[in-house]
Design a protein around this ligand. Sequence first.
Ligand code: BGC
Length: 251
Amino acid sequence: MHILGVDIGGSGIKGAIVNTQTGRLITDRQRIATPQPATPKAVASVLAQLVRYFQWSGPVGCGFPAAVHHGVARTAANISSEFIGTDIDRLFSEAAGCTCFNVNDADAAGLAEMRFGEGAGQNGVVLLITIGTGLGTVLFTEGKLLPNTELGHLYLESGQKSEHFASDAVRKSEGLGWKQWGKRFNEYLAMMESLFWPDLIILGGGASKKFAKFEEKILVDAQVRPAAFLNQAGIVGAALFAEQRIHAADS
Ligand code: BGC
């Protein structure tokens, strides 16, 4: 199936048409800066712009940077708080003129990695963390996803919220070198390890492309690997999520 996959992030909204059988993008990736403030109306209009750019009329899967419960946004850490309580499945579908299925962005990345990437065939507990404006998390056990885990909001022993200490946005805004930041990120991973004991930790989002620059600071026992899709996992996984929803409705 071909589905338009969209990754709605704190700084950019990226889309491409995905072949869900292979996990490959069949078009170039198109990126539009996230409008500021990222209100529901402004984000919906960028989504409509992407749909027009691809001259798309089929289903759309959107990875959204918040907890998404049955199509409704429930949190809003890096987007406008106006999203809280908004039925984004409905809002985006109306704006785009196509059926849109929304899923948490980290959950989307996890779906792609477990099906086609670093998590394929991996049993046990897998934790995927997307490192971007925030820290997105998704947990799998024996290949089954636990949705909307929001573990980037846990507080470290120092009393700081994890994503305010070790996100990629913090690395940039505080001008941290990769090794300095890697040390911070390792603190976060150590906490994740002590709570969830994952067998494998997959890193996605922008910083995953630079894994070699901070790898030596990562000292946890679990295997840690960058996502096979790097920061494209969100687009591919959003399309996979839409496909799942379409199949579920058909059965
Ligand atoms: C949000 C999560 C999201 C993550 C990555 C966090 O601030 O609460 O829902 O997955 O950022 O975008």
